[in-house]
Design a protein around this ligand. Sequence first.
Ligand SMILES: O=C(O)CCC(=O)C(=O)O
Ligand SMILES: [Fe+2]
Length: 285
Amino acid sequence: MGKDIQEETLSSIQPFVFTKEFQEKLNTLELEKAVSDIKNNGYAITHSGENEEFNQELRNVCIELAKETEGVSKGYAASILLGRHPIFERVVLNPRLLAMAEVMCGKGALLSQIIASIRPMGANEIGLHADQNWFPAPFPIHNQLFTVCWALDDFTKKGGCTKVIPGSHKKRRHPLPDEIVEQKGAIPIECSSGSLAMWDGSVWHSNYPRKLEGDRVVIHITFCRLALRPVESYDHLDEEWLKDKPKELSTLLGRDDFLGHKDFKKGGAGGEVEKLVKTFTWARS
Ligand SMILES: O=C(O)CCC(=O)C(=O)O
Ligand SMILES: [Fe+2]
């Protein structure tokens, strides 16, 4: 029995086991340290390889697009970025980013989110969490979500960079309320503009309040495993079709939760906090 289970498990490629070709690719991209850091500590830093001019343009585009957001996130968030400006194709096709997405979410990983955040002086901390917020614990050993923050300003503690609890991904669960307050072992992820700060979907992280003048601009790029989709697409069944039908039908089609949202004017989660909380609650039930 034990042997059968082992064989079955081995028919899936286990985390951080790579083919010779893929390992060579990681070596060529100088990602060996990033891979070992994310495996051992749950987070890693590398450089995008893009120059300062590109980063500056990217930063300006994010600031411009955030003006198109409506409501509470106007000027602070720009969501659903791919397709809104050609520069984001170069972002999501960045070779280091794509190779790390394969390491963390397997071949055929999907782009789940690409959203810019703009944090002014005085911006508060977001709160400790694992990005696999819409997964029940214990988290599987295969990582499900992978987030990369493309820093467009230097990441410093005073500047409100991300904070992380190294090794917390090994707990494979969400932080409890007292752990969220205590944040034991949290450290800043400090790096220069143009860096890619990235983490495992299980690692506990937050950010520091911003105490510097000016804005911290970051693009948050999240990938997920390809399996996180229904087999059939019902996108063609629109609001008109759902009109006057039982509520359960729209829930079955995923229209009552936050995932798969289409309206960039809402600026991501900030514009729909209630729906987001419901999504996390349902997903963990
Ligand atoms: O803003 C940050 O520094 C981190 C935000 C965050 O939690 C994320 O991108 O997953
Ligand atoms: Fe996060």
